[in-house]
Design a protein around this ligand. Structure first.
Ligand SMILES: [Zn+2]
Length: 269
């Protein structure tokens, strides 16, 4: 059986369909396509309809979008999110970003939108996918509260900056995804080595370029190979562990949708 991997955070709607086939060609057979606003929510739902089980839709409003779009557009985004949340595998990309929210008003607006995501995730029993630039600890604290209060899963995406915070994730049962940053940044690789085996997920965050290389979901394969070496496990063992982690992260309903495509008609292409 060829090894299979999942990209758990990818802006697939910003890439062509060919990206999905290219990724599958190196064993990255499942992609969680995260959205940023109304347009990309519609786009990822359409991708999930066209590629059932292979594309898992993440519905959400990116924190950078929150500061850019203003309240009127956000009202539309939030209404669409609430309406289609039952179809989502994951709620996100959501979170906080203090690079773009620099004043108290913008930060409060991001926080309000994040709380809306937590409410919707709780109502529909979905996991959340969290962005946390320049406010790592603060976002993690909200993730922990959400997870403790609801029992639902939370994922800190691209969260390989601090060993200390990863240890808190391990203690609190928060999922952490590692991406292509570990291929070029020794510090990020060392932090990724600390993520608990049963909380580890992989991601590309494509099309965001890393180390001068354009983002692509196929890079998840390289990330897996490097992590297997770092952690002293075989690639097979890592792939199995990651598959179990993804199922736990998605919860019973999401795991069923994922498993539906992950088993039979995979050989179509
Ligand atoms: Zn992203």
């Amino acid at each position: 059986m060829p090894l299979e991997f999942a990209d758990t955070h990818c802006h697939l709607d910003q890439l062509g369909d060919s990206a999905l086939e290219e990724a599958a060609g190196v064993g990255v057979t499942t992609v969680v396509a995260v959205a940023q606003e109304a347009g990309s929510m519609r786009a990822v739902l359409e991708l999930a309809r066209r590629f059932p089980g292979r594309v898992l839709p993440g519905l959400g409003i990116h924190p950078c979008t929150v500061t850019e779009r203003g309240l009127d557009a956000l009202t539309v985004d939030l209404a669409l999110l609430a309406e289609h949340a039952p179809e989502a595998a994951v709620i996100g990309e959501t979170g906080l970003d203090h690079k773009w929210a620099t004043n108290a008003e913008q930060q409060a607006e991001q926080m309000h939108v994040l709380e809306c995501h937590f409410d919707i995730a709780e109502r529909h029993a979905k996991p959340v996918n969290l962005h946390s630039r320049r406010c790592l600890r603060q976002t993690l604290e909200h993730a922990i509260t959400f997870h403790r209060e609801t029992g639902l899963a939370a994922q800190m995406h691209w969260f390989t900056e601090s060993t200390k915070l990863v240890h808190i994730c391990n203690d609190e049962g928060i999922f952490v995804s590692a991406g292509p940053a570990i291929l070029t940044n020794d510090q990020a690789a060392a932090v990724a080595g600390e993520i608990a085996a049963d909380l580890l997920l992989l991601e590309s965050d494509a099309p965001v370029p890393v180390g001068g290389v354009p983002g692509h979901p196929r890079r998840v394969r390289e990330v897996a190979e490097k992590l297997a070496r770092l952690r002293g496990v075989s690639l097979e063992t890592l792939a199995e562990q990651l598959g179990r982690n993804l199922r736990r992260y998605l919860g019973p309903q999401g795991a069923t949708d994922y498993g539906r495509a992950a088993r039979p008609q995979r050989s179509v292409r």
